[in-house]
Design a binder for this molecule. Sequence first.
Ligand SMILES: *Cc1c(COP(=O)(O)O)cnc(C)c1O
Length: 401
Amino acid sequence: MSANAPRAAGRHFLQIPGPTPVPDRILSAMAKPTMDHRGPDFGRLGLRVLEGLKSVFKTKDPVVIYPASGTGAWEAALANLMSPGDQVLMVETGHFATLWKTMAVKLGLKPTFIASDWRAGADVAAIEAALRADAGHAFKAVCVVHNETATGCVSPIADVRRAIDATKHPALLLVDTISSLASIDYCHDEWGVDVTVAGSQKGLMLPPGLSFNAVSQKALHASRSATLPKSFWGWEEMIASNATGYFPYTPATNLLYGLDEALKMLHEEGLDAVFARHDRHAEATRRAVRGWGLEILCREPKHYSSSLTAVLMPDGHDADQFRAVTLDAFDMSLGTGLSKVAKKVFRIGHLGDTNDLTILGALSGVEMGLALAGVPHRPGGVQAAMAYLTEAGRVRMAQAA
Ligand SMILES: *Cc1c(COP(=O)(O)O)cnc(C)c1O
């Protein structure tokens, strides 16, 4: 926005699939003086957030907090577990899975990449076949993105676990939940995940700047013999300091104030209610998209994402031109199409601190933007979303009565 642009009234609609809008409660929690991170008060905060996080990952394992974006936590997972030249099995669900694979190559690993057309979650049968073919157990890890933010497709992690077990392969299971944690149900312990990678700026409703590794005992054990260089990312020192609520280097103190508040908010609402709310807004969005006569990128209904919906543009229309119109006319940011689907899709983020009226406002902006940008569509998608949310509201009222 230029310095002399007129003031935009109301709030900006940040409808990208992360970063998500940060609630006022979290912003105020962070607007406190930075404390002594070696002082007595800090340890209590540290212990509280480290413990509170476990319930969100659904784990009894330690959760490591890094002052880094999600990319840092990807690197941490690989750097702690792998040795130079190790083979890993990775799944091309979309842009983010591809970036993780590229990182593995840069770190000196040898990924095998199961290809996909970016329109579904991970193909579990293909993972199982690759593991069966690996009789010598060369693969040290299977790496899967739970919610592929580029496509709006969710991978069935419990099924991936069952496939690994069915082949009796010893590979570790590494899962990226950066855009699913606290939005879509996820169970680190129950699904036998060895490292869960997460970030602060999506379902956790925080600004960017924190990321996480939940680490299984099997992974901790494996990290002791892994030989990739690790220093800043090392789990061992971090977990040792964390036992008393402290960190081996300066933590992102004010983001931890925010995390403390975010965990409180998630617990006040209840995780099941949080997931149900995300499911509802995702379904309302899909009904709107179908109402407009547009196509959802995710082909498999069983893989639909509750965090975001990627929408295919009609042929001959540029998704980024359309996004520029919604930004200019209605002060709303929608997610861009990434790499393979650049200009072909736009993404509607419906994760984080969203309510029924926010999502209806966002969908109204999309419908009006489609008209202004001259994109062929049927009007009435918002009406379909509203009808769905009205019925959902009626059910909630009846349950409360
Ligand atoms: C956002 C995202 C990332 C990247 O995280 P950064 O915080 O930008 O480093 C990785 N994976 C997924 C699935 C994401 O949604």
